[in-house]
Ligand binder design. Structure first.
Ligand code: IVH
Length: 724
């Protein structure tokens, strides 16, 4: 640590005092981190106290220079226990995405169409849009009352976020007091908290030196920094903030007062009030110029010094924004034009075959580690045998029909949180001795034959090669057991993937029924579970209790847990509702499976297609599956499915229509839920419709509902209503 000048406080000029407070804040914050986070104090306690005393003395002499991140202010502030919830005055919305240029021209065309009357009526009517970078950080909402920052919150679910005021106060770009004048009495300023590349690198280097944690990318690190319980840690990470939007804006009487008339002017105001705004915002009337700006920003992307993931276009005039309105959780008047997924070049070092629960042999690419958009990628999915050969799902060539070979130089792509993909091969760099990949025809886990079934409907070979070993295949058996106990299936506490694999390897369980006989067998066993790795008497007792607690599972969970191909949670619920009891389901399915024309025996069920029916019959045609189920049924008693219709729910007796894309539930789930609550679900909007639940992208039904004056609510509002 550098020697600090020890001029008498009274002799300091204002500039010197400011500089010294800055240095002291940094030094104390660094010492705090070394002490609290890394358990590696860098200075003695006495030296630390001296820094603090000096800081206090200067602050006393120059109260107007006290810093936002002043060490004196923060010391002793007890770290919060979790974060309090904050309801946003106005919800924090998301944005619709555009990926292609056409989506952008469509957006502009939609606006022109919506405002056609105005354009025709007034030759001077200008429909302008802004374009600005979409910052890849975390959005935050900052509430100012009479110009003073009083509360800051995360976005949360858009309606309610977490109170992170103290952490936000440590960000230099966030003023404690608004500058200038003319701000609304209450205003929620919104924007993005982010971490620059330079700061990210600094942290990473520091962490590498002190053996700290590994930081994945600036966004995650900024998120982690913001959610610290101790604001001193947030202060030690230099976060930044761009202001670009607002929520509530009210005058002293509580009347809504937009800060200005246009988006551009509001952002200008933010700047005058002391915020940092993004310099790359433009305003234009033409789609071409929006796209040109997008290209320009994209070209600068690598040199901006912070991550962005697209460009946001917004209708400029606020009164027009109001008129154009919102769809569910996103404004109609704005759109996010995303950049294409990020790519990197690396080498395919190997291809491994994994065997899944249904016996599918899935090839996985092993890659020389490479950083793609801040994340190290070492594996990529290869989907199936044809994919490696350069053949798509419908027989069409992919990557120009070029196959993948170990040793190839490949281009890897990562988009958002999806599994990385290999999108191309650099043929020029293919080693001369590289061999075409030979996909195994026997299962690497059990040695059974692995086949590609003929799809009767299409007459084509299934793209997936499957192990025929079923129960004798350890890979399938283990995956099946993991599925059986998973959270959304039987959900047995203390029996996770790790324990299942261990128990299988130790020969304690091989099939689901074994889970429920584990305790009885353990009592007779010589090698008891309590002596096994990772267990003790207490954890074993807990596990047995958790298993016993699941001996009467709900029917839909139980059916889902069986792991029948194509039977997901929703389908399982439909089957449970249709058959009512496990016995009825079992007997009908077996009868159908053994009937010449099984489809005539298996009932027609709404929401259940041909694929599921065939798959259920195939499952029950297999004796080993039926035996495994019967053994299981000797141990557990799935509850008969009861439809509880609540007559007193707020939607009981109402006719409801769902439209648009729903984000929190599938269509089938939505229907089941509404029916459970005593509502009637209809497919189209008519005079008899009481409520239309509209998700993003709602079209003609929404229009019709508006024409008929039917009440229209969002998916969130639906949940809010039915949860009362
Ligand atoms: S405007 C009503 N502008 O993107 C419009 N959002 O996908 C509210 N974001 O949650 C958002 N940069 O976290 C807007 N320049 C920008 C943005 C931006 C990043 C984020 C924001 C929002 C998400 C929506």
């Amino acid at each position: 640590m550098s020697e600090l000048p020890q001029k008498d406080v009274v002799d300091l000029s204002e500039d010197e005092a400011r500089a010294e407070l800055e240095r002291l804040a940094a030094a104390i914050a660094a010492a705090d981190v070394a002490y609290h986070q890394q358990d590696r104090p860098e200075i003695s306690d006495a030296a630390y106290d001296a820094l603090k005393r000096r800081n206090d003395a200067i602050e006393q002499a120059f109260p107007e220079l006290v810093r936002i991140d002043s060490p004196s202010g923060r010391v002793g502030a007890a770290p919060a226990e979790g974060f309090a919830k904050v309801r946003h005055g106005v919800p924090m919305l998301s944005l619709a995405n555009a990926f292609e240029d056409d989506d952008v021209t469509d957006f502009v065309a939609r606006a022109r169409k919506f405002f056609m009357q105005d354009i025709l009526r007034d030759p001077d009517f200008a429909l302008a849009f802004t374009a600005e970078p979409k910052i890849d950080g975390l959005s935050a909402s900052l509430r100012y009352e009479d110009g003073v920052f009083v509360r800051g919150a995360t976005r949360g679910d858009g309606t309610e976020g977490e109170d992170i005021t103290e952490n936000l106060k440590t960000i230099g770009d966030i003023p404690h007091r608004l500058k200038g004048s003319g701000w609304p009495a209450v205003i929620e300023i919104r924007g993005e908290v982010y971490m620059t590349h330079a700061e990210f690198r600094r942290l990473k280097e520091h962490s590498a030196k002190y053996g700290g944690q590994d930081y994945v990318n600036p966004r995650n690190t900024a998120a982690g920094s913001l959610r610290q319980k101790d604001p001193r840690i947030t202060a030690s990470r230099n976060l930044n903030f761009f202001a670009y939007a607002w929520g509530i804006a009210e005058d002293a009487d509580g009347n809504s007062t937009p800060p200005a008339e246009t988006q551009t002017e509001v952002v200008q105001k933010f700047k005058e009030w002391g915020f940092v705004t993004n310099p790359l915002m433009i305003k234009t009337q033409s789609a071409e110029e929006l796209l040109a700006h997008y290209r320009q920003i994209e070209a600068q992307r690598a040199t901006l010094g912070y991550d962005i993931d697209g460009v946001v276009y917004k209708l400029d005039r606020l009164d027009l924004q109001q008129r154009w309105g919102f769809v569910a959780r996103a404004p109609r008047w704005a759109i996010a034009h995303k950049f294409p997924a990020e790519q990197a070049t690396t080498i395919l070092t190997g291809i491994d075959i994994q065997v899944g629960r249904t016996g599918a042999l899935t090839p996985v690419a092993r890659l020389q580690p490479v950083t793609v958009g801040g994340v190290v990628v070492e594996n990529a999915t290869l989907h199936n045998e044809d994919y490696i050969k350069g053949i798509g799902n419908n027989g069409e060539p992919i990557r120009n029909g070029v196959d993948l070979r170990v040793g190839d130089t490949v281009i890897v792509q990562r988009a958002g949180d999806v599994i990385p993909q290999i999108v191309d091969v650099v043929l020029d760099k293919r080693p001369e001795d590289a061999q075409p990949f030979v996909f195994p025809h026997i299962c690497p886990a059990c040695g059974s034959e692995a086949v590609r079934e003929l799809n009767e409907k299409t007459g084509k070979l299934d793209s997936v090669r499957r192990c025929t070993g079923e129960m004798i295949c350890p890979a399938q058996a283990v995956e099946n057991l993991k599925h059986f106990v998973a959270r959304d299936a039987l959900d047995i506490d203390g029996l996770g993937d790790k324990q299942v694999a261990q128990f299988y390897a130790e020969g304690r369980i091989a099939r689901p029924a074994d889970i429920f006989t584990l305790k009885a067998r353990d009592e007779r066993a010589i090698k008891k579970l309590k002596d096994a790795d990772g267990f003790g008497p207490v954890s074993v007792k807990k596990l047995f209790d958790a298993i016993d607690a699941r001996r009467e599972p709900e029917l839909d969970r139980f059916i889902y847990a069986l792991g029948i191909r194509h039977v997901g949670e929703t389908t399982a619920a439909v089957l449970a509702k249709e058959f009512g009891t496990i016995e009825n389901f079992r007997d009908t399915a077996i009868a159908a499976a053994h009937h010449e024309d099984g489809h005539s025996v298996f009932p027609e069920i709404g929401g259940i297609g041909e694929t599921v029916r065939s798959s259920v019959m195939a499952f029950f045609a297999n004796e080993r599956n039926v035996q495994a189920l019967d053994d299981l049924l000797a141990e557990v008693k799935p509850q008969p499915y009861v439809v509880t219709i609540s007559a007193d729910s707020v939607v009981a007796g109402k006719t409801v229509v769902f439209t648009g894309s729903l984000e929190r539930m599938t269509r089938t789930e939505a229907k089941a839920m509404a029916e459970r609550l005593g509502a009637k679900v209809a497919g189209s909007v008519s005079g008899a419709t009481d409520i239309l639940v509209a998700g993003p992208g709602a079209g003609s039904k929404l229009k019709k509902a508006e024409e008929l004056g039917v009440e229209v609510i969002s998916e969130d509002e639906w949940f809010e209503r039915v949860s009362k």
